[in-house]
Design a protein around this ligand. Structure first.
Ligand code: MGD
Ligand code: MGD
Ligand code: MO
Length: 753
């Protein structure tokens, strides 16, 4: 066991004073107590900026403050006084930096000017913006085919920057758009259209106040979308039941104190959250969902009115096939695979049947499996059976991650663009976009491993530590001709670099963006399809930063001297970019610049809310899930399923501290959460040090050493540990069948003592 690592069960409710204390602590650590607190007042306000942390929308009721502990942390590390300046890069060689932890790298603070890798000295050295663009242009134009370049996007990028990036890359000639969404909600984006004709959620925030029941499947709400807790607290206060489905008994899903509720804070009160906590096995959700549907069909068979038959008749397709499939699924198998007793499944079915308007929310615990997209389709089936679309208080709610991951997709970051969209792009801009589909994340990594990819450009994010198979990915990235990281902070992706490498520092979301026509704002789309403006309020961390928009235009001008796109005008006035977005997507964005003036922005059209289904059948489709297994069986009795999750103190690959308060872990992240009966069966003592090995049939050995075993309420056969440390165990080929999303929540492993 590492010297400092310790465990201490967290007994208090989540949120509350613990959250208030943690907020103050991070502002102090980053030396931004005053500046940060002032900026927090502007966060998620109509005249301020959108929180860079998660994609949860603003509430529709008046609230003075709209931020949470983790939003405050995200802001504090962005507004930090610390700087990774040229002096810092002169002090450390890249090889020296490689020996530091990810935590240490980000702790060096904000990047201040563009840097180029100098192989002669193994240091990053300053480079002018002009020379940086020239280098990118030279490398891109030297490729035999535009398809040898990979253009990554992470979901913090604004609509305007993402749109221009997609125009630049398509004019350059490829659809290679690996995107953070490919590792996240891609099973939603690909699976939902087959069911309901749109790859987005169908609820709006106001539906939460009208829901009669809320299900939360595979999502750690209190940590990853803390502002959503207000909706859950309110639901419980008006007696709407909540069912949480999770292999980890996440603290906030059990009991929560709203940190902004003065009375609850003063009285040390709290609200119980889940009426039913469903302690499902990893990968057991499809079985659980089928179990609830089985109860519905049983009761329907004996004449009870538990289905919305008019809705099923008028709006759906495939009912009989679903009924047959569910009736042929045996209770024994449902119980074995889900790990849930029949009694509890029946109680959850009762909750569902008693509710006339149900919302089902889900997160990475659902998407990151080999059948993630098909599990989502089972969630839809369950909702369709009681007509839970197109009525107030009901619908499906994929809880998106990055604050603009949904918007980036809407405005063109898509490796499989539709023909209609490409035609429109051609009409509006007058160049011929490439028609062949490009690479998603897993395909782009394969291309790097094969040696066909030569250039990687990362618009934000930390690709190298977000993707599977860390070791193979390091080797592949190092072989590239050029790697470019467009970033606010230093991360591993800048150190595992190609023969040439650039780090291009950007103005952050919370900072003022001044251009020729004055201060600019950008827009984002939250997880419920609201498009809102975001205006920075802080001075940029350095005068040498550029906006993401300027950088895209700079790369485009240098790379495409004959371009037909007016790049310079876009830099001067972001309204002109929004006009082009409106021209390319008239159905969604016509009148963009006018509509965005409304304080709460505007809502993008969502056909299922009106019971309109843009599917091949013209109806909502009941789709089948073959069997019950979300993951292919590999290995025998020694096999465990490992879920890689976020701690309370990280934002994806950015680690705020090495502790995970609600799960009782302090000062260490090399932890393995394990069931005590499993520990006894394997003869493993509490705090023992173990290694994990991946069970895979691809001839590659993957092993991580030095994990401390922490006896925890995990279902038997299910293990959990932290992302990104355990990504080296995740095989590139282990992904969702429909969408290609890495199955990071169900890695088959064996424990080595
Ligand atoms: N503070 C903070 N906020 C964030 C992020 C962050 O890192 N930090 N990341 C952002 C991003 S990009 C995203 S995508 C979201 C991620 O937010 P979440 O979707 O909450 O993601 P995770 O923390 O990876 O894990 C989700 C939950 O799934 C559970 N789980 C694991 N396996 C299974 C399973 O088989 N079935 C079920 N039912 N549950 C399972 C885990 O126990 C965990 O509670 O949050 C966003 N917001
Ligand atoms: N094993 C495992 N792997 C996973 C997951 C998992 O649950 N388990 N989750 C997956 C998911 S859901 C996601 S979304 C991905 C996340 O993958 P990414 O989005 O690639 O990763 P982040 O850690 O969010 O990226 C952090 C970096 O973004 C840069 N940055 C921050 N703000 C800005 C900005 O405003 N502009 C620019 N240009 N750069 C900025 C900073 O340099 C920072 O270092 O990881 C995936 N990988
Ligand atoms: Mo994500």
């Amino acid at each position: 066991m590492s010297e400092k690592l310790r465990f201490e069960t967290y007994e208090a409710p989540a949120g509350g004073w613990g959250a208030a204390k943690a907020t103050a602590k991070i502002l102090l650590e980053q030396s931004v107590a005053v500046k940060g607190s002032q900026a927090l007042l502007k966060m998620n306000h109509p005249d301020g900026f959108k929180c860079p942390s998660c994609a949860w929308p603003n509430p529709d009721r008046e609230k003075k403050l709209e931020f949470c502990e983790n939003g405050a942390k995200a802001l504090a590390v962005e507004a930090t006084r610390k700087r990774a300046s040229r002096a810092f890069f002169a002090q450390y060689s890249v090889s020296e930096l490689m020996t530091q932890s990810d935590y240490w790298l980000e702790e060096q603070g904000r990047l201040t000017e563009p840097m180029r890798y100098d192989p002669a000295t193994d240091h990053y050295v300053p480079v002018s913006w002009g020379d940086a663009y020239k280098l990118i242009a030279a490398e891109l134009n030297a490729l035999e085919s535009p398809d040898q370049a990979e253009f990554y996007t992470s979901g913090r990028t604004s609509n305007e920057a993402a749109f221009l990036y997609s125009v630049f890359v398509r004019e350059f000639g490829t659809n290679n758009f690996p995107d953070c969404s490919n590792m996240c909600h891609e099973p939603t984006s690909r699976g939902l259209p087959m069911s309901i004709g749109i790859g987005k959620g169908t609820v709006v925030i106001g539906d939460f106040a009208k829901a009669e029941a809320i299900f939360i499947i595979g999502q750690n709400t209190g940590t990853n979308s803390p502002r959503m807790m207000s909706e859950l607290v309110n639901a419980r206060k008006r007696n709407a039941p909540i069912v949480a489905v999770n292999p980890m008994p996440e603290r906030a899903l059990i009991r929560f104190t709203e940190p902004q509720d003065v009375l609850e804070m003063a009285t040390f009160g709290s609200t119980p959250i889940s009426n039913e906590f469903v302690h499902v096995k990893i990968g057991g959700d499809a079985a659980f969902l089928k179990g609830i549907m089985k109860v519905l069909f049983e009761r329907h068979a004996v004449g009870e009115v538990v289905l919305d038959e008019a809705f099923i008749r008028d709006h759906t397709h495939g009912f009989e096939a679903l009924k047959a499939d569910i009736e042929n699924t045996a209770w024994d198998d449902i119980i074995r695979v889900s790990g849930i007793a029949e009694e509890q499944i029946r109680r959850c079915a009762d909750v569902y049947i008693a509710s006339n308007a149900t919302i089902i929310c889900f997160g990475m615990g659902v998407t990151q499996h080999q059948q993630g997209a098909r599990v989502i389709q089972q969630i839809v089936n369950l909702l369709l059976l009681r007509g839970n679309f197109g009525k107030p208080g009901a619908g499906i709610c994929p809880v998106r991650g990055h604050s603009n991951v949904q918007g980036d997709r809407t405005v063109g970051i898509d490796e499989k663009p539709s023909e209609a969209y490409l035609d429109q792009l051609e009409n509006v801009f007058g160049f011929k976009p490439p028609r062949r589909h490009g690479h998603h994340v897993v395909e782009s990594v394969r291309a790097m491993i094969d040696g066909t990819a030569k250039v990687f450009i990362g618009m934000g994010g930390n690709f190298i530590h977000a993707i599977p198979d860390t070791k193979a990915a390091y080797e592949a990235m190092s072989r590239l001709n050029l790697t470019v990281g467009i970033a606010t902070k230093l991360n591993r992706g800048h150190l595992v670099h190609g023969k040439q490498a650039l780090i291009l520092p950007v103005i952050a979301r919370s900072e003022i963006d001044r251009q020729a026509s004055g201060e600019q704002f950008v827009t984002i789309e939250d997880a419920m399809s609201n498009v809102t403006a975001s205006r920075g309020v802080l001075e940029p961390a350095s005068p040498d930063l550029r906006s993401e928009i300027e950088i895209v235009c700079g790369m485009a001008r240098a790379t495409l001297p004959e371009s037909v796109v007016p790049w310079d005008s876009f830099i001067a006035d972001y309204n002109l970019i929004r006009d082009k977005i409106a021209a390319v997507y008239p159905d969604l964005f016509s009148g963009f610049n006018e509509r965005i003036k409304a304080p709460g922005g505007f809502h993008l059209s969502n056909p299922p809310r009106e019971r309109k289904w843009n599917t091949e059948t013209g109806r909502a489709n009941f789709l089948l899930f073959p069997g019950l297994d979300e993951n292919k069986p590999v290995g025998g009795a020694e096999m465990f399923r490992l879920s890689t999750v976020r701690s309370h103190d990280q934002y994806n690959t950015t680690i705020y501290s090495n502790s995970d308060r609600y799960r009782g872990v302090y000062d260490g992240r090399m932890v393995l959460f394990m069931n005590e009966d499993d520990m006894r069966a394997c003869n493993i003592a509490s705090r023992a040090l173990v290694a994990l090995e991946t069970i895979a049939n691809d001839g590659m050995a993957r092993r991580v050493e030095g994990l401390t075993v922490y006896p925890y309420q995990m279902p038997r056969g299910s293990l959990a540990g932290y992302y990104p440390e355990l990504n080296r165990l995740l095989p590139l080929g282990h992904h969702d069948e429909i969408s290609g999303t890495p199955a990071a929540k169900s890695i088959p492993v064996r424990i080595v003592v």
